[in-house]
Write a protein that binds this ligand. Sequence first.
Ligand SMILES: Cc1ncc(COP(=O)(O)O)c(C=O)c1O
Length: 462
Amino acid sequence: MPDGEGRTGRYGMEGDVNLTSRRAAWLERNIGPEARRWLEEDQRYFLRQSLSTPCLNVLARCEGIYIEDLQGRRYMDFHGNSVHQVGFGHPRVIEAIKAQLETLPFCTRRYTNLPAILLAKKLAEIAPGDLGKSLLCPGGAAAISMALRLARMVTGRFKTISMWDAFHGASLDTSSVGGQRLFREGAGPLLPGVEHVPPPEPYRCLWGCGGDCDLRCAHYIEYVLEQEGDVGAVIAEPVRATAAVPHPDYWRTVRAACDRHGALLIFDEIPHGLGRTGKMFACEHFGVVPDMLVLGKGLGGGVFPIAALTARPNLDVIPEHALGHYTHEKSPLGSAAALVTIECIEEEGLAERARELGEHALARLREMMTRHPLIGDVRGLGLLVGVELVRDRATRERAAEEAEQVMYRALEKGLSFKVTAGNVLTLMPPLTISRDELDRALDIVDACLAEVEGGQGREGPP
Ligand SMILES: Cc1ncc(COP(=O)(O)O)c(C=O)c1O
């Protein structure tokens, strides 16, 4: 299979492909003998899986917006698995975890602890509307699982509607509501009753709106709700990983449809909540309050794995049923990290900063679009920015190989980011990034685009 083939939609939604000749060439040029030895050890002792293995490089440190490899090379991390709203190793986060380690590092079930209570209270304060009763757990997929379970138990309905191409976690239930073939294929029977609909994606609208959205995508959800008649929940990310921003009325339309048909609305803000989009929560851009909001990733300050489900109080009606029951259900360490992370986002004005810097980045990228024919679309919300590369602006053919070339070129110049859906350069820096650093990163993107357009993007020297 040629390098670029089969990645759009099928394999590339979540990230880059690790087995291409361009990857091999990058390794050849950039990885020294010590890192190579460790990469071989990694392959020897870890089960292989798509997207994660074989690994690209070996990291030794991370700090602020930077990751550093064994050879001491630093990269601005515009990927960071979406955990780095406050940057890596934020001193207040590290301090809070250290202090907690010395007093109560674990909380046995049947007891509670102050950091967990204070975190749940804080979530109730900052969450939109009356969202205010939470459950904590160690990861995003587990939190989505709890949301699905709660929706079933409260509504007495098991069916869901979610989006094709979405990712909600790698467990069997979350892969079922997820819409990515990579996570569904070969897994055997998934959950029953999981309906999928096309995602709102103005640039590639299935209804052919051509960017002039008339909300047919939202009305289709109501159509499915009506046809099925017994859907328990609609679950989606308010803004997707491709940085495709739905029409301002999209979520209001879906919210109203859910209310008419007795379905709950669950927003997965695991990667993009907590300031990333320029507001504390992405759903606030749309003036819509879900019935459940799921957070994770950066909640633990880029250090500790913790996720949260925050629900409307009127859903707290099944105390006799188990929803989570996770061993690390009320982690004092995770809670201490999360509490101070939220405080940093508030006190350092990181959401506002994301809004301002995001506008700056979009303006610069739109200017680049006038010079780079490879850029088909520039979009985003706050510091979630997508640059979609196409071979031809009229046909919008995905420029997957070119995107990969740009990515490896950028790595060589000290910038790391993810390619989503095969051809979307997804730029997600820490919200603590300075304007100068952001400009430096955008200069790198600019230069790499020029190189690839100039035909220098193949496996030649950087
Ligand atoms: C939108 C979304 N939901 C859920 C998850 C799952 O989170 P975790 O990897 O912590 O299980 C992810 C992770 O990438 C995600 O991006």
